[in-house]
Ligand binder design. Sequence first.
Ligand code: NAD
Length: 242
Amino acid sequence: MQYSRIAVLTGAGISAESGVPVFRSEDGLWEQHRIEDVATYEGFARDPVLVHNFYNKMRQELKSREPNPAHIALTKLQEELTARGGQVTIITQNIDDLHEKAHSQHVIHMHGELNKLLCERCGARIDFDGNSSPDTVCPKCGKKAMRPDIVWFGEIPYHMEEIQQVLFACDLFLAVGTSGVVYPAAGFVSMCRHLGKPCVEFNLEPSVVGNVFNHGYYGKAGTTMPKFVDYLLEHDALPEKL
Ligand code: NAD
């Protein structure tokens, strides 16, 4: 098989058709809030109640969100290539759980997860589907020091060593629904190109780093991904267009 080890980077765009708002609106706000207020540690230190409530609302809304055909196509790719002895690893910048709801395996959440809290005192990471506040107590150490388990701007993404190994080992790199603005994820394509890996993006339009990819499929991921996956599984080759 030409393409048996595939690394897939996903961003907010893959979940847009499931009704999860993307990050970069034209007015620079995320769900009516300034990014520095809700996605930095400084914002959390300034107003923890606002930040807890921001993620509480998203966490509750997520419960009614369902994976769309793009998430489901990635699961199909993963299942079928695994059955043939290959490997598909999903590296997501998303904090939602739609890859898991689509039954994908081995999803690396580099920016954390909405359905988890992190204790700032003891480092415990707990599954959580309720509403948190500055009074939420850590079940491990008993301190009131819980924060959303989200990697904010200025913080180091999770699992970087594992991600690097996945990128080194892959023979195809796909980026789906990501703007190419947030680093280090936006730099993965340059690294893969440097290593000689074919790189393909799926977006509504070429992303900020679109010119670094070998190829791009433009349109809604819920339409392009299922066609792409079917073609790849049948031909072990990349389609000219979709
Ligand atoms: P982004 O919002 O910066 O960019 C989204 C990209 O998806 C854009 O390039 C847009 O053109 C594209 N897009 C929109 N709809 C699409 C569709 N139907 N099909 C294909 N492409 C589509 O997102 P980002 O690059 O992931 O960076 C934002 C950061 O914000 C991430 O780090 C993430 O942690 C966080 N975030 C996560 C979620 C989520 O979990 N679903 C949602 C918003 C923001």
